[in-house]
Design a protein around this ligand. Structure first.
Ligand code: GDP
Ligand code: GDP
Length: 453
């Protein structure tokens, strides 16, 4: 199958935390009446109706998921700053300051028709001192004539102001472009997704990892061997199979046969964990010919933790008879009850039987691992699911899901914004619905709820 082994690259474990980063936060701040709420509602667009704001009620800091040009972020609505505030107002100031501290970007709104007041200047000073990037917005620029007002705001020392009319929507699109441009690039988007799939071949000693690896890489394996010989460091292998590049992550034990006298020593749970975490996809090998055991369980636990794409490979199928088969099915059910979504392939690495089915499965899981369901669809799916199975009550209130979005890919992570905690059983129900409508074969799904902060 292999056309050529392209190169060997030094193994570089990826930061396992990278995929877990939360959405970036954009805090909208300014003194009262400059038009913050109007602007936030503009940014949230059609979802305004969801935000119920009762006048006179505490205006706590609230986070709203927003999307612009396919990029997701949270808009943090602050109650407005009031200098020398007392009581409730002081609390709101605290909230605003907390929002700034936790923000990746601050949108500082000034009323252009009024110009920079003393309070605006005071807060500009405070913002200049903070480490957070600031976009200065001149609001209430409702027409061309008023554009000139913007220049007066240079004095705030926060650069050129962006003229908008929150009421009419004028300039808000341009502002959002600026917001996206100013958000820290590493944090803003879904995690950087590798374009070449990284595959770890994992299994207990003697399960057939080397045999499978060599089968997949075919004749070219001599190149691999010679390099592996010369170094004790971990080495990943990039190979082109059927015209597509794949990286095989150096896995504990995969090359042990080339290291005389060290065979068992090289098998370590830590190295396997590192290999899994640095990979996108895991080929989990089981020896189908003997009872699954403790080592398999330990590896399954690692897989469960890591949340990678998985293809289950039952090797040594040539040694499996009818009796063993029945037992195996039961053992598999028990071992992998958490990964009922993983596809399974039965092979004989020694003879190469069944291998043809392996690559297409791996390719499918790779696609699914990076699948992004558009926010519109996620929300429609959730709405329909809720219509079929109403959310339970929680104490006095009716639980409601205000908004849902897929916050991350590789692996996919969904966020639900609700007015309370959703029961785990309900999240599992939504997972089943998601899997029913979208192919997530081989991929773990995370569904998190975010009750209001
Ligand atoms: P906040 O206290 O900063 O949240 O301000 P609001 O969003 O409640 O707005 C205060 C007042 O300014 C309201 O009467 C809004 O209708 C008005 N306002 C907000 N944006 C604009 C705008 O772009 N142009 C004009 N002319 N008025 C606006
Ligand atoms: P590793 O320790 O996981 O790398 O396993 P190896 O690839 O070195 O294989 C261990 C032993 O199992 C070797 O003797 C292989 O020949 C044998 N083996 C691997 N795959 C199969 C298979 O599909 N069927 C049979 N009968 N033996 C196999």
């Amino acid at each position: 199958v292999v056309e050529r082994v392209v190169e060997q690259v030094a193994a570089r474990p990826r930061d396992p935390l990278r995929a877990r980063r939360a959405l970036p936060r954009v805090a909208v701040v300014g003194r009262p009446n400059v038009g913050k709420s109007t602007l936030v509602n503009r940014i949230l667009g059609a979802r305004v109706a969801i935000v119920e704001e009762k006048p006179g009620v505490t205006r706590d800091r609230t986070e709203h998921p927003a999307e612009w040009l396919g990029r997701h972020f949270l808009v943090v609505d602050t109650g407005g700053w009031e200098h020398q505030a007392e009581g409730m107002a002081a609390r709101i100031v605290d909230q605003a300051e907390a929002a700034v501290a936790a923000a990746d970007l601050v949108v500082f709104v000034v009323d252009a028709t009024v110009g920079a007041l003393e309070d605006d200047e005071r807060y500009a000073r405070l913002l200049r001192r903070s480490r957070v990037p600031v976009l200065l917005v001149a609001n209430k620029v409702d027409n061309d004539r008023q554009e000139a007002l913007v220049h007066e705001l240079y004095g705030l020392g926060l650069g050129a102001a962006h003229p908008v009319s929150a009421r009419h929507g004028r300039g808000v699109g341009d502002l959002l472009d600026e917001v996206l441009a100013a958000l820290p690039t590493a944090a803003d988007q879904a995690p950087a997704v590798s374009t070449v799939p990284r595959v770890a071949i994992v299994g207990k000693p003697n399960v057939g990892k080397s045999s499978l690896f060599n089968r997949l890489l075919g004749e070219e394996r001599s190149i691999v061997d010679s390099v592996a010989h010369t170094t004790r460091d971990a080495v990943d292998t990039m190979a082109e199979i059927d015209g597509e590049p794949w990286v095989f992550v150096d896995t504990a034990g995969m090359r042990r046969r080339y290291r005389h006298g060290e065979e068992t020593e090289l098998y370590s749970v830590d190295r396997t964990r590192a290999a899994i975490e640095s990979a996108d996809l895991v080929l989990f090998l089981l020896d189908a010919s003997e009872p699954l055991g403790e080592q398999d369980q330990r590896l399954a636990a690692l897989l469960r933790e890591a949340g990678r794409g998985v293809v289950l490979v039952c090797n040594k199928w040539d040694l499996v008879d009818e009796d063993r088969r029945l037992d195996l099915e039961k053992e598999l059910d028990r071992l992998l009850s958490f990964a009922a979504w993983a596809p399974r392939v039965n092979i004989s690495a020694a003879s190469g039987r069944g291998l043809r089915r392996l690559l297409p499965q791996l390719r499918t899981v790779w696609d699914n691992y990076r699948r992004r369901v558009p926010t519109r669809e996620v929300n429609r799916l959730v709405e329909e699911a809720v219509a079929r199975h109403p959310l339970p009550r929680q104490g006095q209130k009716n639980l409601k899901i205000r908004y849902a979005t897929q916050a991350e890919v590789a692996p996919p992570r969904f966020l639900l914004f609700a007015n309370g905690r959703l029961p785990a059983s309900y999240r599992r129900y939504l997972e089943r619905e998601l899997r029913e409508r979208h192919d997530f074969t081989g991929v773990p799904l995370t569904i998190e709820d975010r009750p209001p902060s």
